[in-house]
Design a protein around this ligand. Structure first.
Ligand code: NOJ
Length: 568
């Protein structure tokens, strides 16, 4: 059966600020991306998701939009954007834009007008409340500052901002907001784009009454970080269904919602086709596998059995009800090889193993720029070297809580979003070929080894392996349609599963830096016999050289990954 195009697609996320600078100002831009389209095409990806390129004062690198209809000056012009769209379409690739409509910038004309007076015609575009006992209207914490409320002396009221003070939340209860945003969405669709990634879309409908979260304070000043309290409101579903019926369904586009705080149950309410809301969502449960009781900065060792349980939960939980989006990295997460693999001795092997997982589960894979090179986390020595406002907020809060500087810097090295935002390394020359000027954030110093020209020249690079995985998806329909069958669920070294469709695939991932052995009987129990056909492996000698093409059935090398087709 023919699948919708977005189920067969491989998506590549570009963070424009860090991809390719073309004019020497140290900031990546649209002409820079255009100059790299052949690289992306050769990689084999067929959809580009572009993080925001709209006009923005850049408090949160474009996730604070001051004009939805204009292009950020640092990135270029509308004509540059059109060349990007055309360049992609000419190559048979598609463009997905980021849609940030939970909030705008405080420099958006709507907010500038809204804050002028309580009687402003745009007052109800945002969420304003009078003080409660001289303080904030409720106890909600913001992601990027202590309270989610900011007092505005001009009118004596507070406005809600779930993110930074410069990102006031829109009031979706207001029909005028709905009309404005829906027509903006339609305007972009009419420019010929192929879909949207929707920023924190499950936060847009706020709970009635904006009551206090009943949870214990998470911030030293008594505020409570509890997104589950306002995520996934019934009103959000009403809005998304309306958006789908009135706008999205008139176009052949894909939609993926960024949705913290979802389980397969609540996610299916967004993605079940008969609900007519979205095509996919990004879930965060897997990204929480290394988070401790105090959240993401409280990084903890993780167990493979927990990691597998979460993967399986989503693979089986959405099966037949909705379509998974698959990701291990993006601009908000640390680099996957540093987080889930080994970024030292087995960097190549473990980056390829993680890629094998990403590309052989059921769902649409999303590659984040640089992941295809096996890029690693960066450990800048000083807080000043960082640029991300979330990182600064964390450091300020942790200091207030009494953590010492070395603990704070260690947490930043592990999970700061800037790990993923260092510039794309194109070659080993000055500034890695990213810019001729001064880059807006330092490069990862390992760019002389980890860069695109090295990867293109090396047949065994991570990049070449990504190409092979993408080809496998195109050649073997079971990768797209096959059901997921987990095996050996409690094994702490091996991640083993089958995909059953027109063929049966067996995927074996040795998720550790040691050799793992099992008996012939154990191998047979998961379907591995001498008749199994090895389609792909990250230990290159095995598939390329027929003389060596019978890898051991009972022994797996450190971080070894194999994809077999089983004889039916
Ligand atoms: C999620 C985005 O991915 C992140 O980068 C941003 O800071 C927040 N939403 C706020 O827009």
């Amino acid at each position: 059966m023919k699948q919708p195009w977005w189920k067969e697609a491989v998506v590549y996320q570009i963070y424009p600020r860090s991809f390719q600078d073309s004019n020497g100002d140290g900031i990546g831009d649209l002409p820079g991306i255009v100059s790299r389209l052949d690289y992306l095409n050769d990689l084999g990806v067929n959809v580009i998701w572009l993080s925001p390129v709209y006009e923005s004062p850049n408090d949160d690198n474009g996730y604070d939009i001051s004009n939805y209809y204009g292009i950020m000056k640092d990135f270029g012009t509308m004509a540059d954007w059109k060349s990007l769209l055309n360049g992609l379409h000419e190559r048979g690739m598609k463009l997905v834009m980021d849609l940030v409509v939970n909030h705008t910038s405080d420099e958006h004309p709507w907010f500038i007008e809204s804050r002028k007076a309580q009687t402003s015609p745009k007052r109800e575009f945002y969420i304003w409340r009078p003080p409660r006992n001289g303080k904030e209207p409720n106890n909600w914490a913001s992601f990027f500052s202590p309270s989610a409320w900011k007092f505005d002396p001009a009118t004596g009221e507070y406005y809600l901002h779930l993110f930074s003070e410069k990102q006031p939340d829109l009031n979706w209860e207001n029909p005028q907001v709905q009309t404005e945003i829906f027509s903006m969405i339609q305007w972009w669709l009419d420019q010929g784009i192929d879909g949207f990634r929707m920023d924190v879309i499950n936060f847009i409908g706020k709970p009635a009454g904006l009551l206090d979260s009943p949870r214990a304070p998470t911030h030293p000043d008594g505020y409570v970080h509890d997104p589950s309290f306002y995520a996934n409101q019934p009103f959000t579903h009403t809005l998304l269904h309306k958006l789908n019926r009135e706008v999205l369904s008139l176009y052949d586009v894909m939609t993926v919602g960024e949705t913290p705080e979802v389980t397969p149950e609540t996610a299916s309410l967004y993605v079940a086709p008969d609900r007519q809301e979205l095509n996919m969502v990004f879930q965060f449960e897997l990204m929480g596998v290394d988070a401790g009781p105090n959240g993401k900065w409280d990084v903890q060792p993780w167990k493979l059995s927990d990691f597998k349980r979460l993967v399986s939960k989503w693979q089986t939980g959405l099966a037949g009800r909705g379509w998974n989006s698959l990701y291990l990295s993006n601009h908000d997460q640390p680099r996957q090889v540093s987080r889930f693999g080994d970024d030292k001795q087995y960097r190549l092997e473990s980056a390829k193993l993680l890629a094998t997982l990403l590309h052989t589960l059921q769902g649409t894979p999303y590659i984040y720029q640089g992941e295809e090179l096996g890029m690693t986390n960066v450990a800048f020595p000083r807080l000043d070297d960082y640029r991300d406002l979330e990182t600064f907020h964390f450091a300020a809060t942790a200091r207030k809580q009494g953590y010492d500087e070395s603990w704070i810097m260690n947490a930043i090295h592990r999970v700061s979003r800037d790990n993923a935002r260092t510039p794309m390394p194109w070659n080993s020359q000055k500034n890695a070929g990213f810019t001729t000027g001064t880059p807006w954030i330092d490069l990862n110093p390992n760019f002389s080894n980890i860069n695109v020209s090295q990867a293109l020249a090396d047949p065994n690079s991570v990049l070449r392996y990504y190409q092979a995985l993408i080809r496998l998806r195109r050649q073997e329909p079971t990768v797209v349609v096959g059901t997921y069958v987990p095996l050996l669920e409690n094994h702490e070294q091996l991640f083993v599963y089958q995909r059953r469709g027109p063929n049966t695939l067996l995927i074996i991932l040795n998720f550790c830096g040691q050799t793992t052995r099992w008996s012939v009987n154990e191998a047979q129990a998961v379907g591995l016999t001498p008749h199994a056909i090895l389609l792909l492996s990250n230990y290159p000698d095995m598939v390329n050289d027929s003389a060596k093409s019978s890898p051991s059935l009972s022994e797996f090398q450190p971080w070894e990954a194999r994809v077999y087709r089983l004889e039916s």
